[in-house]
Design a protein around this ligand. Structure first.
Ligand code: PLP
Length: 358
């Protein structure tokens, strides 16, 4: 079966070389006679998988030694709760940049005794341009931002320096696709299913001093318990951690995050240029806030968008339908999405435009 160009926002495309290794390990992992999915999480074979996954991620993101790396479950959505539960004492600050940050805010508001201040929002411009983050002083326990807004297609590539509290970042849709300085953050979390591997795994990178600030948290929701047990307080998502390890190896082989960011820039620029140079398509996002990984675009006519998506699918460009809150199309160009796929999409866009007389 031919592979298609899968523009899904997540779960997302994985590199063929990684899938081939997985295919091989599904029947017998390293001559053990057991599938990688059948390994006990207490076995030495799995212990070396999780150790390797952690050290590769540390190397790729240059994670300082005073940060813990946790491999958890519950998706990025559970972090919307775990973050305020563990780090929120009296007052916390949030930046509202769209659907996912709104969900993070709503969950923080459910934590008893916590005041949640939304200190900046791009709601007024329909989340098409990121807000300027004002000075944040010590009265807050942390500031929460969403580095990349998967649905709206906006990104914070630079973290403001005027924040005097730990910055917590939902990096679900651009972890490992752009370089960030981990020490600019108190905590980073990401659902795996975009740049890290299959769904079912959530990566959390947390500065050690931010753990254990609260007693009596439910064990599974307590970062300290998870860290003290090496992410194995209960059965971890073994298969997803194994696949993540392979993805980290793949990123390393490509030259690391800085190299992959260059490729991602080339891919994104190609698509943005095609949009800018056309009379048919437009991007709803302000130029300075444009994401490298999630690129919404539209014709402005619902029927034409629908036709575009149908014709695109018939040519093997899958999952280009935009999120219902934005409409139009959205191309998600995560690390594993190939440059030739973007070139092919751009050629199709031109052909479609010529056919509909745009
Ligand atoms: N945050 C962002 C930025 C996302 O893109 C997503 C999912 O697409 C989520 C959170 C929710 O992630 P999960 O489905 O892992 O809970």
């Amino acid at each position: 079966m031919e592979r298609v160009f899968n523009f899904s926002a997540g779960p997302a495309i994985m590199p063929v070389p990684v899938l081939k290794i997985i295919q091989k390990d599904l029947l017998s992992y390293q001559g053990s006679g057991m599938s990688v999915m059948e390994l006990s999480h207490r076995s030495s074979l799995f212990q070396s998988i999780i150790n390797d996954a952690e050290s590769l991620l540390r190397e790729l993101m240059e994670i300082p030694s005073n940060y813990k790396v946790l491999f958890l479950q519950g998706g990025a959505s559970l972090q919307f709760t775990m973050v305020p539960l563990n780090l929120g004492k009296t007052k916390v600050a949030y930046v509202d940049t769209g659907s996912w940050s709104k969900k993070a805010i709503e969950e923080a508001q459910k934590v008893e005794g916590l005041t949640v201040d939304v200190i900046a929002s791009s709601k007024e411009n329909h989340y098409t341009k990121n807000p300027i983050i004002p000075l944040v002083d010590k009265e807050y326990d942390y500031l929460h931002i969403t580095t990349n807004n998967t649905i709206e297609g906006t990104v914070f590539l630079n973290i403001p320096t005027n924040i005097n509290v730990p910055v917590v970042a939902d990096m679900s849709s651009n972890i490992l696709s752009s370089s960030y300085n981990v020490s600019d953050f108190g905590l980073i979390y990401a659902g795996a299913q975009k740049n890290i591997g299959p769904s079912g795994l959530t990566v959390v990178i947390i500065r050690e001093d931010l753990m254990g600030q609260k007693n009596q948290l439910p064990a599974m929701l307590d970062y300290k318990v998870q860290a003290d047990n090496g992410s194995m307080y209960n059965t971890p998502p073994t298969f997803a951690i194994y696949a993540a390890k392979l993805m980290f190896e793949w990123v390393k082989e490509l030259g690391g995050v800085a190299e992959i960011e260059k490729i991602n820039r080339t891919k994104a620029e190609l698509l943005y240029e095609a949009i800018e140079n056309s009379a048919l398509y437009r991007s709803p996002v302000a130029a300075e806030s444009r994401s490298l990984t999630n690129i919404p675009f539209m014709t402005g006519k619902e029927e034409l968008d629908k036709l575009f998506i149908i014709q695109a699918e018939s040519k093997g460009f899958m999952n280009l339908k935009g999120h219902r809150s934005v409409g139009g199309m959205r191309a998600s160009l995560y690390n594993a999405f190939p440059l030739e796929g973007v070139k092919a999409l751009v050629a199709f866009m031109k052909e479609f435009e010529a056919n509909v007389g745009g």
